[in-house]
Design a protein around this ligand. Structure first.
Ligand code: ZN
Length: 284
């Protein structure tokens, strides 16, 4: 699901932006700095590995499948990088500072963070599900699904409208549950690390992938969510932990194959400007 993504310089920009918001601790500043660096290294590593050890054959390396696709996904990502320090982070920080303070004393420290991570992943599962059910949300989320192939770059391909809507939904949860900003930032790192991994085209030894899939969402699980068959698109909503789908009856029985068509059933990819305006167009 749509998460703010802040590598390198953008993370520094974010630090500068939140310097102006009072009450931000040194721990948060440090987390932000490390978050950007850790995610950038992880993205680079997977980007190289999925090209050295691909699972599905790449449809082609030029034109619509090659650099143009990278430019589309990269363009959507850049818009989000710009938006994060200006809109997404301030919304989350503001929500944390105005949250209801009803949490008992034992809900703190690392066990408290662990509970927060479980709750946030549970909520993002339902938020993702809502994005597939409600037409207004799907208008924005569809842009992520229109990608006709998957790799690490798909994990940062989100319409800025979805990023803002997600930030507002998360702010609501933070306000009601009193989740500290430290937990939010740890969760963002977790979600981004997981999303880069489960969108990637990295071929893993089947035994390793099966073991990992018991706990976290792996490429085999998430590629089925991008299968251009509506019943599969509307399943496998999990973002980090893999147990919500079986628990709430949304795990697809389809197994991933190397040839499975990726995208939205009956729809093709669009050029970058069309992707930007598509959610706002009147449809008949
Ligand atoms: Zn989806």
């Amino acid at each position: 699901m749509a998460e703010s993504f802040l590598p390198g310089e953008a993370a520094l920009g974010a630090r500068r932006a939140i310097d102006h918001i009072s009450g931000v601790t040194d721990a948060v500043q440090t987390l932000l700095a490390y978050k950007g660096a850790a995610i950038a290294v992880w993205l680079l590593l997977l980007f190289v590995l999925e090209r050295a050890l691909p699972s599905a054959p790449r449809p082609g390396s030029d034109g619509a499948w090659g650099w143009r696709r990278l430019a589309r996904n990269g363009g959507l990502w850049l818009a989000n990088i710009g938006l994060s320090p200006l809109v997404v982070l301030p919304i989350s920080i503001w929500a944390s500072q105005h949250a209801l303070a009803w949490r008992p004393g034992w809900w703190s420290g690392w066990p408290g963070t662990l509970i927060d991570l479980l709750i946030l992943d549970f909520l993002i599962y339902w938020w993702h599900r809502a994005n597939h059910v409600f037409p207004l949300l799907w208008r924005f989320h569809e842009i992520h699904h229109l990608d006709r192939f998957l790799d690490t770059t798909s994990a940062v391909r989100f319409h800025f409208g979805e990023v803002v809507l997600s930030a507002l939904a998360r702010a609501g949860a933070i306000l009601l549950l009193g989740i500290p900003i430290e937990s939010i930032l740890v969760f963002e790192v977790l979600v981004l690390t997981g999303a880069l991994f489960h969108h990637s085209n990295l071929r893993l030894p089947p035994k390793v992938e099966r073991t990992l899939a018991r706990i976290v969402i792996t490429p085999s699980i998430h590629w089925v969510h991008h299968h251009a068959v509506r019943a599969d698109t509307d399943s496998n909503y999990g973002t980090f932990f893999s147990f919500w789908d079986p628990l709430f009856g949304s795990r697809s029985r389809t197994s991933r194959t190397a040839e499975m068509p990726i995208g939205v059933e009956g729809l093709g990819e669009r050029p970058f400007p069309a992707l930007l305006v598509r959610p706002f167009l009147v449809r008949r």
